[in-house]
Structure formats: structure tokens, C-alpha cells
Design a protein around this ligand. Sequence first.
Ligand code: GRG
Length: 308
Amino acid sequence: MTAGLSPADFVKRLDATADDTETLLAALLSDEVLPDEIARPKRVMEAMRYSSLGGGKRLRPFLVVESAAVFGVDRKAALLAGAALECIHCYSLIHDDLPAMDDSDLRRGRPTLHKVYDDATAILAGDGLLTLAFDIVTRDEIHRDPAVRLNLTRALARAAGIGGMVGGQMLDLAGEGRFGDTGPVDVARVQQMKTGALLRFGCISGAILGEASADDHRALDIFGRALGEAFQIADDLLDVEGDAATLGKETGQDAALGKTTFVTQLGVEGARQRVRDLLAQGDKALDRFGGRADVLRAAARFVAERKN
Ligand code: GRG
């Protein structure tokens, strides 16, 4: 763990942001109809709350809040941007669990949404969370300057969309051979898009909200990419070595699907070494921020060493 922040202090900070995010999401997902909305149907609202509340590490909101803290951004604004990012993350998990995608029964230690409701409700709950995210990032409370809100909105769209998470999911499905032989899988590229793009957004969002210099923005970009890859390698390692009860989802799924992962490519020891290299890369990028980036450094270690 990084000097200046004990593991216990890090967990306290992570938990505090998770609690604040939970409260905020509960308010954003209330049944109260907003101006220009017509009605919020009970079933879709309940489904959205089922998948967004009461679970998850809230790592992405934490990255938004802590990258924003580097630039002294108002915590309330950062939490709101973090809640938007978490909405997109939760939507991606709902859709990923559907029979047409990964067909998973368990998520965050509970039955998946389509098992509790049905496929149609799960698709609509995911769609609802995705669109709500874009409602949130355009709100005045995010930043007084509409140009900053626009930058944030565009960055979020690019992270979540065809050139980011959605595109990565498409490449991942193709890599499973679902659409015939589409050639060798570029694991690093798939994961950079599918999982890395949202994590990277979490790290650069602070620079956007803080109207950081181009060099500071670039440093967080490098850190965010390293953290994203480390997260995915840790995920691949957990699929091989993790414990289903701690993880809250089935393990061994990659092997069952015959998937190419960082672990199949690098081996377990090679994957661990790559994580160490990525942590060093991330630390180096953060050097310019000194102690202001201690929490981000600790976050990268948490991501690499996580057990769930
Ligand atoms: C359906 C468009 C679409 C995309 C799905 C991200 C994704 C793309 C699918 C998730 C599949 C998966 C389990 C990927 C591994 C990495 C990952 C996103 C793990 C879950 O993230 P955590 O560990 O989860 O941050 P919590 O529950 O803590 O929020």
C-alpha cells in the first residue's frame, strides 16, 4: 500500500463513497416523475433498483470522486458523475447476463435480473439506466460551464459506446466463435474496450471536471488505461483461482467457453508479472501529482489484489 494511506483508511474511503453513491442512486431511481417525463412505470423502476442498489464495490464512482479530488472538484458534482457511470456499469451487467449474451444466473451474489423478472424487463431496465446516465451528466449541478458538461458527456458516450464498451462486447462475442471464424482474438484490445473504457473514463472524468491541463489529463489517461488492464487481468485470474462465494458469481466461465484471456495468453505467473508492470506504469504517471494522488495509487493496488 502507498505511503500516506493505510489499507484500513483506503477501505474506509471506498466504503464512504459507496454509501454516498447508494444514497444518490436511490434518489435518482425514485418513482418521482421529473419535468418532461410522463410516468415512471413501477415494474421497470423496481427492476432498475434491483440491479443498481445494495451491491457492488462502486469502484467506478470511487475513481471519479478520487480523480476529481486531485483537482479540488466539488465532491457532490463528482458523486453525481460517478452515479452516472455506475448506471452505465449496472446496465452493462444486466445486458451481459441475458441468455443472448453470457446467460448468467448469479450477479453480485443474487439471482440475475432476468431470472427474477424476465428478459424484456431486463432489456428495458438496462436501457433505462443507460439513458438516465446521460440525463445525469447534462445536469447543471455537474458543472457551471455547459462546455465542461458537454466534454464529460462526449467522453462518457465514447467510453460506453461502439468504440468502447459496446464495441468491446461485440469483439468478445465474436471471439467466442459465435459468428463463425472471425480470426484471432486481440485480448488486450477487447478488454481495453469492453472493461477498460469505463474505468479509464472514471480516471479522466476528474481531469475533465477539474478543467485540468492537457499534461495532467494525459497522465490520468495513462493511469486509467493501466488500471483498466490490471483490473481485467485480476478478473481473468479470479476466474481461474477465485472463490465463487466471495466473487458472487460463477468461476471457470472463461475456460468453459474456451475463451482466450490474459491468463491463457500469459500463464498465471506471466499475468501476475504484467499486473506488477502495470502498477509501476500507473504510479509513474501519477508522480506529477505527488501526495494528491495517494488514493488513486492505492486504488490501483486494490484493483490488482481484489478478491471479488
Ligand atoms: C452488454 C454492452 C454490454 C456490455 C457488457 C462490462 C461488460 C460488457 C460485461 C461484464 C462482463 C464481466 C463480468 C466482465 C469482467 C469485468 C467486470 C466488468 C466485472 C464486474 O465489475 P466489478 O468487479 O463489479 O466492478 P461490481 O459488482 O463490484 O460493480
